[in-house]
Design a protein around this ligand. Sequence first.
Ligand code: GRF
Length: 192
Amino acid sequence: MKKIAVFISGTGSNMISIVNAAESGLIEGAEIALVLASKPSAKGLDFARNKGIKTAVFVYGDKNDSEIAKGLSELMERNSIDFIALAGYVKVLPKDFTDKYKGKIVNIHPSLIPLFCGKGFYGLKVHQAVLDSGMKVTGATVHFVDSGVDTGKIIEQDTCRVFNDDTAEILQKRVLEIEHRIFPLAISNLIR
Ligand code: GRF
């Protein structure tokens, strides 16, 4: 049984879709062993606690990269974690950590990478940038995590239409539906 850690910073709707997929058997041979949040107020923590999933909060604070890599590694080792899914995790992982877990950390991003990604592209800003560009399609991307921001190899993508009367909020909702479908699917394929 592979042990998955899901890292979150906010609502955790992608984390919920992964937990549900594991429960329903879509993700076979794996359990969600840990939900790690970057701050105590991350809403998704409540869902995890109610499900009886182990949770942890790891605040970067004024820790340097080497302390962060060491702290996160210890948490992963203590919980025998094999695979990590970043689900709305807003913190950048230090290179020592991404190198150590190379090929074992994946992220979901709410655009078609290499478009509208990298530093500064998060939340509604991504969708507003898509609207401003005039593009008529957008989508979501699952990719491996390396030491850059949204630079790792693409694993899975899917698209949706952008309509003339869309707002960033409407687009975010449409793209989230894609995220909730392709993220558990990609994880399921990778851990097989
Ligand atoms: C999602 O849009 C994800 O693609 C991005 O952050 C958002 C997190 O949403 N990385 P949630 O916390 O999973 O609801």
